[in-house]
Design a protein around this ligand. Structure first.
Ligand code: PLP
Ligand code: COI
Length: 341
């Protein structure tokens, strides 16, 4: 298969339409079998549940070309499970794990020419999503839905690749206690746009959100969970019922413990203790693990020892091991890698 003529190493995190997407419809109480189509446009009622009341949720995962040329995905079963939990909370009919995995496999396989080659640093981002396509006008779940999977080749999420980031503490809250912070609902991102716009306008790459109830604890950023490293190389990551359960974070915790022999603490992390940490990273599918050098807040600034020039040594080891597993350079734990073609 001939690859598309793309300058892989210059890609940013932006949407490029590819040749095929998977689409399945839910009507009269059931999902149809679904199929690959070439039309990138969605057609729906002007009163669709997604348009009127934001009834939609999504996932994000990646396909990688390994050294031996195999195209694989990373722990897609966990994305399938998380999409099910998002659907339940939004009263969207669940997409079964089997259909999710089949849809992802088929979409990646059909777009194999867009999967960046090994060693380019780029990957194929996979975006499965479900939305209420049927008409509603009272506030209620839509009668019809569409499940889609599209893919797009991407480079680094943050401009500058893996240079340490400067982030700021948001004055806005991301997730209410007992709200939707722990699912991947589109509405969580719509409400973060203004906060993100303000952060970028002021020269920051991202927002750190505090817990909405007390504004004393670190939650996550708009698109990634946090990992902190103590001076004695312990990994600390915030535990909260209102953050997205990141698959990258869960994988890095395993990597830290089982590959690097590091101690890991998953616990509430108070904003006041951040200046005690030596390193800070943002982890997620898009972010991989992106180092943070500085966090500014009203009236102050925290500078991590790792500085603004390069990522800290523990963050670098975590990143190298995780990407090594994804790229097939390091043996993966059983069940983490799914071969597509
Ligand atoms: N937190 C938020 C709010 C996200 O949008 C994401 C991205 O998916 C993550 C964390 C990281 O999750 P994952 O590692 O599963 O991609
Ligand atoms: C991902 O990492 O897959 C996400 O969905 C985060 C988003 C901000 C791009």
């Amino acid at each position: 298969m001939e690859k598309k003529n793309i300058n892989w190493s210059e890609l940013s995190f932006a949407y490029i339409p590819t040749d095929y997407r998977f689409v399945s419809h839910y009507k009269d109480g059931k999902w149809d079998e679904g199929k690959l189509i070439s039309d990138p446009e969605c057609k729906m009622s002007e009163s669709a549940g997604v348009l009127q009341y934001a009834q939609t949720c999504f996932e994000g995962l990646k396909a990688y070309t390994q050294k031996n040329g195999r195209i694989v995905t990373f722990r897609p079963d966990l994305n399938a499970e998380r999409l099910i939990s998002s659907c339940r909370r939004l009263l969207i009919p669940e997409v079964s794990k089997e259909v999710f995995l089949k849809a992802v496999d088929e979409t990646v396989r059909a777009n194999a020419a867009y999967v960046p080659p090994y060693g380019t640093g780029a990957t194929l981002y996979i975006r499965p999503f479900v939305y209420g396509s049927g008409a509603v006008i009272g506030v209620s779940p839509a009668p019809e839905y569409e499940f889609r999977v599209f893919v797009t080749p991407v480079g680094p999420y943050f401009k500058g690749g893996i240079k340490p980031l400067k982030i700021t503490v948001s004055d806005y809250d991301r997730a209410a206690p007992n709200g939707t912070g722990n699912i991947k609902a589109g509405l969580n991102y719509a409400m973060s746009l203004y906060a993100g716009y303000e952060a970028k306008k002021n020269g920051y790459s991202e927002n750190l959100y505090l817990d909405a109830a007390t504004r004393t604890k670190v939650e996550e950023t708009g698109g990634a969970n946090f990992l902190f490293i103590t001076n004695d190389k312990k990994v600390v990551t915030p535990k909260s019922s209102t953050i997205l359960p990141s698959i990258t974070r869960r994988s890095l915790v395993y990597v830290a413990e089982h590959y690097l022999g590091l101690e890991v603490e998953e616990r509430e992390v108070y904003f006041d203790e951040l200046s005690d940490f030596a390193e800070c990273g943002l982890c997620g599918t898009a972010a991989v693990i992106s180092p943070v050098g500085q966090i500014d807040y009203r009236g102050g600034s925290i500078q991590f020892k790792s500085g603004m020039e390069e990522m800290g040594p523990v963050t670098a080891k975590l990143r190298k091991t995780l990407t090594g597993i994804q790229n097939g350079d390091i043996e993966a734990p059983s069940g983490w890698i799914r071969e597509i073609c």
